[in-house]
Design a protein around this ligand. Structure first.
Ligand code: C5P
Ligand code: MG
Length: 319
């Protein structure tokens, strides 16, 4: 699906380390199979990503052929194993101080099952910023960027940029979803966010970063997928605002925003999606004790004061 989202979306190549690991073991497995003499099963250490994999030359349900140990020298296999393991360890060691590889992505997870996230939560701080449409998420994020050096990634902005990108195969789909206040399939949004995070870190030549992920996750599948393959969130900043106030703001913004969804009909649909689909995400994180709620009914200054107070409370003064 995503292979033709140039740069912006799925970089479907496998994680380099897992690729190296898998390739090394495939090579080793085929070396062993080619002898036709031995039946050898390779499995990876439990703490490796490929821990569940096993390569075997045994046919399913088959029994091993008779061993002819007296005709085979065992040491070449030991030598191959030692060399491959040594090479792999060297590569891992060299890579650990490098910025994230653009080709290292969650997509490895799709190929190889459950994976570790692309970014370590010890290096990367992710704060999800949620709230209904018009709750003031973007306004508060801009101030947090100014004062705390966060990188602000708005899922809606990334989707609009992808929609407008010439040649995007998702342009029409995104446009339809946005107009109807519906949720864009999570693969697209998760990939856009992951790529934007990676681009930010690569440009800064660092592994460490702080991201405000605005307007995301809006649906449970987005939440689960993102935390599984991109990065677990440290906290959810939830801006709580009554619908009438949000509607008033959106209609006001609609006079100049040029957005296809800042009109009465789309706003109604967006509110419904928010209540039915996005609020369960807030509840999910609330059960994990990750939600910090801020009343965003007052003006931006007051809301920001409350936001800073909450961040200090959670992260401390040096935040
Ligand atoms: O956050 P914003 O109001 O800019 O989002 C605009 C629209 O983009 C949403 O109504 C929805 O159609 C889409 N969107 C989405 N998934 C997200 C964020 C936005 O599908 N996580
Ligand atoms: Mg916004």
């Amino acid at each position: 699906m995503a292979s033709s989202l140039p740069r912006q979306a799925f970089r479907l190549a496998s994680s380099s380390t897992t690729t190296i690991r898998a390739a090394a073991s495939r090579r080793c497995a085929s070396t062993l199979q080619n002898t036709g003499k031995r039946t050898t099963q390779w499995s990876f250490p439990k703490n490796s990503n490929s821990g569940k994999r096993a390569y075997s030359s045994l046919p399913p349900g088959g029994s091993p052929p008779p061993r002819e140990t007296n005709k085979i020298a065992f040491w070449p296999f030991v030598a191959v194993f030692v060399l491959a393991s040594g090479g792999y360890m060297l590569l891992v060691d060299r890579r650990k101080d490098m910025p994230p590889n653009p080709k290292s992505t969650s997509s490895a997870a799709a190929v190889e099952g459950p994976s570790t996230p692309a970014f370590s939560p010890t290096d990367v701080t992710v704060i999800f910023v949620l709230g209904g449409p018009g709750a003031g998420k973007g306004t508060q994020c801009a101030r947090l960027v100014r004062d705390y050096g966060f990188t602000h990634l708005s899922a809606g902005d990334l989707l609009r940029a992808e929609q407008d990108r010439p040649g995007s195969q998702y342009g029409q789909l995104i446009q339809d979803c946005i107009k109807n206040g519906a949720i864009v399939p999570m693969e697209v949004t998760v990939a856009l966010l992951e790529n934007a995070m990676r681009d930010t870190l690569t440009a800064a030549r660092t592994r460490k970063g702080r991201f405000l992920i605005d307007g995301f996750p809006r649906k449970m599948d987005q939440a689960v997928k993102f935390e599984e393959v991109v990065c677990p969130a440290k906290m959810v900043l939830f801006y709580d605002c009554p619908e009438e106030e949000m509607e008033r703001r959106l209609l006001e913004r609609g006079k100049t925003s040029g957005r296809a969804d800042d009109n009465a009909e789309s706003i109604r649909k967006r509110f419904r999606t928010f209540v039915e689909t996005s609020m369960p995400v807030v509840d999910y994180f609330e059960k994990q004790g990750k939600v910090v709620k801020v009343d965003s009914t007052p003006g931006p200054d007051k809301v920001y004061e409350a936001t800073r107070g909450q961040l200090r409370r959670v992260f401390g003064d040096k935040f």
